[in-house]
Design a protein around this ligand. Sequence first.
Ligand SMILES: NC(=O)c1ccc[n+]([C@@H]2O[C@H](COP(=O)([O-])OP(=O)(O)OC[C@H]3O[C@@H](n4cnc5c(N)ncnc54)[C@H](O)[C@@H]3O)[C@@H](O)[C@H]2O)c1
Length: 368
Amino acid sequence: MQPTSIGIIGCGNISGIYLENLGKKFPGVRVRGCADLDLERARKRAETVPGARAMRVAELLADPEIGLVVNLTIPGAHYAVACQAIDAGKHVYSEKPLTTTRDEGAALLARAKARGVRVGNAPDTFLGGAFQTCRKLMDDGAIGAPVACTAFMMSRGHEHWHPDPEFYYKPGGGPLFDMGPYYLTALVSLLGPVKRVASCTRMTFPERVISSEPKKGTRIRVEVPTHVAGTLEFVNGAIGTLIMTFDLRGGSNLRNIEVHGTEGTLNVPDPNGFGGPVEIRKAGESDWSPAPPTHGYLENWRGVGPADMAAAIRTGRPHRASGELAFHVLDIMSALHESSDRGHHIVLTSSCARPAPLPVRLADGQLD
Ligand SMILES: NC(=O)c1ccc[n+]([C@@H]2O[C@H](COP(=O)([O-])OP(=O)(O)OC[C@H]3O[C@@H](n4cnc5c(N)ncnc54)[C@H](O)[C@@H]3O)[C@@H](O)[C@H]2O)c1
């Protein structure tokens, strides 16, 4: 079968690793075009991949060979760019979050359905070897029935390293919308959908000063909560505790994710990565044991989500990093912000199926 031709829109910071992987490591896809508002950026990225060339956005969307658009623009542009791709009859996979609001997310899924194309969305780190190992352990009953989980993302924000960090403090950014998708997607993959949420949020620093180049000294007006403490009740009855913060100024020893079951606890590594140590401690044991990986994709395999989507479109199966999963995660995040504003629990109206696990021992680059 011919590989699926991909067009990348948005050639900024994160596009490098996507191009490295989609351009060279998955036999089922090839990158044909790179586009950006800044054509020079698109040129630089296209030069890194054999067979790719820089295009204007309109040219990329009009190219009949491109079947799948990978939208790596900033959150505030995800919706508009994804709609353009859908209207051009292309399947579209966007970076996270799906959109900045639920209304846009729902409209996007409806638009794609009406046009007969698919929507996929980041993150795809839950397809990484560490998370698929955790998923298999849970599905095999290694910790019994899920009781509770914790998810902690303790950071000081991004203005000290990202060259264009403003978007992290605008709608669609903040610790919850930026990093929450990694944690929540991993948790939904492990535990299933969420039923209701409650939270308290705050914004500690209304202004941030960029300390990275080239915008060093530029001030950012913060428009979103930068510390979120929430509770999640999963449909299966498990209760999650979550803190997502950009307001940390000291340090933290809290672990990224733990899942507690009736027969043990699973220590899940940083979900903003593909590998990392998985540990398990069963009832009655006094220490943690390492759980060896049962799956590949242990390095930085960003792009495995759109590659899986391309493979799924070819064979007619559901893709794993789906629009429905991303919409449920967007609904959870929106509800967490809303709960704090309104002062009560928010019952979710969306749900989704757990994405199918990856088969064990796939070679890296393979998906079926
Ligand atoms: N930087 C990271 O480490 C990282 C990691 C994971 C995910 N992400 C996500 O990836 C996305 C992009 O992040 P980034 O860090 O690469 O941002 P960035 O600002 O470095 O790059 C975004 C690019 O999109 C282009 N763009 C914006 N609107 C556009 C439009 N309408 N049409 C065409 N091009 C447009 C910009 O010109 C820019 O080159 C965000 O959603 C972010 O949350 C970033």
